[in-house]
Design a protein around this ligand. Structure first.
Ligand code: ADP
Ligand code: MG
Length: 245
């Protein structure tokens, strides 16, 4: 049998902002259906890695392959962004649009879907995150957890090959974190390929295939979650994980 093809392959990524070297040679890959979690202190370059993958940030050097397409040099950036769902701390919903319209807008404008088909697709994505009852509510009427689930539904509606999550629960009140993590766990079980920056170690441990520990623009340790939590190679990793509790 042929080996499964790598979905995302990042090679030797470098990025500086001015004289601030933020990514100092980051390499890792994701196979289809793999879930990897990136952890590490703040200011370490975790968000910058995700931002490079969907080209919100242009790397200085390195390669990012999404299957057979090299992202950094690709001219059709919209096709890249359609294939990569991005969910971040601040939700990014349009405040003047209802939940369902927030999901429909990309389907209408980017995928050129007719109104009725877009509405049906948006409703089915809302159902997937358990939110059909708030379809006609505005973001201001939703809890933080509901807003983030709408943001996830909106990303999923584009049928991405890969989902990026950047601290998706960091802005939420503690009692709302679980509902978002549950949606993410369901997605993982459905076979979505996911790259997740999070401080939720329970999620990292139970859902991920590998944990990537980043510090100062480098990957300092990569391991299966059990190994990472029970017997990390580096004292530095142990200190970081210990401090989180
Ligand atoms: P993390 O997500 O691990 O907290 P970031 O990737 O957000 O880290 O940031 C890493 C470093 O890059 C920080 O020093 C931050 O100030 C800097 N940085 C991030 N984005 C920009 C930007 N657009 N312009 C200038 N500096 C940035
Ligand atoms: Mg960040």
């Amino acid at each position: 049998m042929m080996a499964e093809k790598t979905l995302l392959n990042i090679k030797n990524l470098h990025k500086s902002f001015g004289d601030n070297l933020v990514l100092d040679g980051i390499s890792f890959s994701l196979d289809p259906e793999e879930i990897k979690v990136i952890i590490g202190p703040s200011g370490t370059g975790k968000s910058t890695v995700l931002n490079c993958i969907n080209r919100l940030v242009m790397p200085d050097d390195g390669e990012i392959w999404l299957e057979d397409t090299e992202v950094i040099s690709c001219e059709d950036i919209n096709s890249i962004r359609q294939n990569i769902g991005y969910v971040f701390q601040g939700f990014g919903l349009f405040h003047h649009l209802t939940a369902i319209k927030n999901i429909m807008i990309g389907l209408r404008k980017v995928k050129n879907m007719p109104d009725k088909a877009a509405r049906e697709k948006a409703l089915s994505e809302l159902e997937r995150v358990g939110l059909t009852e708030v379809a006609d509510s505005y973001p201001a009427q939703l809890s933080g957890g509901q807003k983030q689930r709408v943001a996830i539904a909106r990303a999923l509606a584009m049928e991405p090959q890969l989902m990026l999550f950047d601290e998706p629960t960091s802005a939420l009140d503690p009692e709302l974190i679980g509902e978002v993590l549950t949606v993410m766990k369901d997605l993982a079980e459905e076979g979505m390929t996911m790259l997740v920056v999070t401080h939720e170690m329970g999620f990292a441990r139970s859902v991920s295939d590998e944990i990537i520990f980043m510090e100062k623009g480098n990957i300092v340790e990569k391991a299966h979650p059990e190994k990472m939590f029970d017997s990390p190679e580096l004292e530095r990793t142990r200190e970081f994980l210990f401090k989180l509790d």
